[in-house]
Write a protein that binds this ligand. Structure first.
Ligand code: ADP
Ligand code: MG
Length: 315
């Protein structure tokens, strides 16, 4: 049976690209670029809460890093370094090898160095701490939305929640659509390129991890503003609408930008080949108030806003 140190050496120590000292010492050494701020974030994935027991390890490795990259994207940061703390029930070499393949596939894709971590026996869980860089003063924060701004979303949130509903037998989707929903659930694409491109354009941004309405609500509260939403092609009341409005796990970005930048955002969508949809506007009003309208302009009352670990209700 391999030791803890043999596992780290074999699976988690890789050559680094931009690190002074990586895995293997008591701490890593990094040299941030001059004139930049470090953006730091951490995310914990726990079996049976964030992923199902029996989840495919390669996809899980990808997702473990991807959800952290999404936080970097939402800050407009260039992701640079990550640390991985892993609890594993047993040193199952095949399982860990697949997990590491998925993790480093995502890391290589985004130029991130794994510079350290911790490995321990325990119920399966993974905690990544990620560090990125942003030119000082240029981070995309939650408190920068202003009355009159347009509200935008990337992609189509809700697919991951529909994929989960399909897995749990709560719905039956057409085959090709089910495949794209399951890909969204298992292999989310963090919108890092979008986050970088939004520096200097967006006033605020957040990634949709808990649900579109819930996450946009955080922006409204932090910015002290209200919003009117009119999402094009809002599905009729039912699971698909609930997943779009309140489904977690998509890792799309929601951002605000002055209405005078609408055309620029449209051009960005073309350049990044990523749908960017204007879904409403920021208004003066009670902080956090969110009025949702259908395509015809009639007010809609959503049945869910998003996921909360201590009051969990799935759409
Ligand atoms: P310490 O006892 O000082 O905490 P460890 O023995 O836990 O050090 O870890 C040895 C080295 O391996 C450290 O550099 C640590 O950051 C790194 N490391 C441990 N687990 C992982 C992991 N899962 N992924 C990447 N690096 C790891
Ligand atoms: Mg340790």
């Amino acid at each position: 049976m391999p030791s803890e140190f043999a596992l780290i050496e074999r699976f988690f120590r890789r050559p680094t690209r931009h690190t002074v000292l990586g895995v293997g010492d008591d701490g890593a050494l990094i040299a941030p670029s001059a004139g930049h701020e470090l953006v730091v974030s951490t995310d914990l994935l726990v079996e049976d809460t964030h992923f199902l027991a029996g989840a495919e390890p390669e996809a899980l490795g990808w997702k473990t890093l991807a959800v952290n990259l999404s936080d970097m994207a939402a800050m407009g940061a260039l992701p640079r370094w990550a640390l991985l703390a892993a609890a594993l029930p047993a040193p199952d070499v095949d399982w860990i090898e697949s997990f590491a393949r998925g993790f480093f596939d995502c890391a290589d894709h985004h130029g991130v160095d794994l510079i350290g971590g911790d490995t321990t026996r325990g119920p399966r869980s993974f905690c990544v701490t990620i560090l990125g860089e942003v030119p000082a003063g240029h981070a995309l924060r939650r408190d920068g939305a202003k009355a009159g701004d347009s509200i935008w979303m990337s992609g189509r949130p809700g697919l991951a929640a529909l994929g989960l509903a399909q897995l749990q037998g709560r719905c039956v989707l057409a085959e090709a659509f089910a495949r794209s929903c399951l890909t969204a659930l298992h292999r989310p694409q963090p919108r890092v390129a979008l986050g970088l491109a939004l520096r200097g354009i967006a006033g605020s941004a957040i990634d949709v991890s808990d649900g579109l309405l819930a996450d946009l609500g955080h922006v409204l509260e932090k910015s002290g503003v209200a919003a009117r939403l009119q999402i094009p092609d809002l599905p009729p009341a039912g699971l698909e609408r609930d997943c779009l409005l309140a489904g977690g796990d998509d890792y799309e970005l929601v951002f605000t930008a002055a209405a005078s930048r609408d055309r620029e955002v449209g051009l960005l969508a073309d350049r990044l080949e990523l749908p960017l949809t204007r879904i409403g506007e920021i208004r003066v009003g009670p902080p956090g108030e969110l009025v949702l309208c259908d395509d015809a302009g009639a007010v809609v009352t959503p049945s869910h806003r998003g996921y909360d670990h201590f009051t969990p209700r799935l759409p």
